[in-house]
Design a protein around this ligand. Structure first.
Ligand code: GDP
Ligand code: MG
Length: 283
């Protein structure tokens, strides 16, 4: 069976693991762009993630010691042979440490180099988001990052810029020679008010993480698409939302926002950012 892997990248608490749980629920329901052709190799891992959501709670942040989990599932393709989707989810601390110390473990160097695309996560209202220093200080920090001298926490936008640069340097071109694809996922999109949501995820990134927003616009060797994602369509810590959510099927909750025909559109298929990152590789 051929393999397609999509590597998940992002700071701790950026929504990676919860997304994987919701992705599995979508694959089980079978209504999205991605269709599975069998069972995951480690069903316990994804079932545990789903179980939390079904009980009305987000999955707690991944234990730092549990460095890597892979979600592997066979996907149906237009061709005769199914392909195996591999989604390696590394704990966010690994990405952050890598930026601080400029150290790349061989394991994830290989995961990026062998990937067929990537997803970069950043979460709305994460308590772990380190707010920007002013623009000039952040830019200076970016030029010095990785020399091990940082005593203060590195602002999230500086980490995001470094991760973006890493994807530019390491992701391989697609089999047809085109630029590798990166889905940028702004997770917990439901936590913004209606006005901010209507402006779309790119506007959010530019306002909250201006350095990163600028860097995204400058990239010319990656094909980038920005998504706002809400895995259940609201916040499970809000009791009235949670009670309502528990009357519905998990696969019917949640949505993705993305740009189409010059406007931002909301649709229910949460597999869309993965399907796009894999792209024509599936057909
Ligand atoms: N409101 C809301 N919160 C989310 C969503 N996805 C993730 N979160 C929150 O983000 C936290 C961290 O998510 P997690 O998947 O563990 O992040 P990871 O460390 O990147 O794997 C969760 O505990 C939730 O509180 C979402 O779609 N909506
Ligand atoms: Mg995690």
């Amino acid at each position: 069976m051929s393999q397609q892997s999509i590597v998940l990248v992002g700071c701790p608490d950026s929504g990676k693991s919860n997304y994987v749980g919701r992705l599995w629920a979508a694959l089980q329901a079978g209504k999205g762009l991605l269709q599975r052709a069998g069972m995951p190799n480690d069903i316990t891992y994804v079932e545990t993630l789903c179980e939390h959501l079904l009980q009305g709670a987000f999955v707690a942040r991944t234990d730092r010691n549990q460095a890597r989990q892979d979600f592997c599932v066979p996907l149906r393709t237009e061709g005769a042979e199914p392909t195996e989707l591999i989604v390696p989810d590394f704990t966010g601390e690994i990405w952050q440490d890598a930026v601080k110390k400029s150290e790349l473990s061989v394991d994830w160097q290989e995961a990026i180099e062998n990937a067929h695309g990537a997803m970069l996560f950043v979460r709305v209202h994460s308590n772990l988001n380190v707010q920007p220093l002013d623009w000039v200080t952040a830019r200076d920090l970016l030029t010095n990052v990785g020399n091990g001298e940082q005593e203060t926490e590195i602002p999230t936008q500086v980490v995001l810029c470094e991760l973006l640069e890493l994807m530019q340097a390491r992701l391989a071109r697609r089999p047809d020679g085109s630029a590798p694809r990166l889905s940028v996922v702004v997770s917990a999109w439901d936590r913004l008010d209606a006005t901010r949501r209507s402006q779309g995820p790119m506007e959010y990134l530019i306002r909250e993480f201006p350095l990163f927003g600028g860097a995204l616009s400058d990239v010319d060797n990656l094909d980038i698409k920005i998504y706002g994602v809400s895995i259940v369509g609201g916040d499970l810590s809000d009791e009235s939302f949670r009670l309502d959510f528990q009357t519905k099927a998990l696969a019917d909750c949640g949505w993705v926002v993305h740009e189409r025909d010059g406007g931002w559109h909301q649709e229910p298929d949460v597999t869309a950012p993965v399907a796009w990152a894999i792209g024509g590789a599936l057909s």
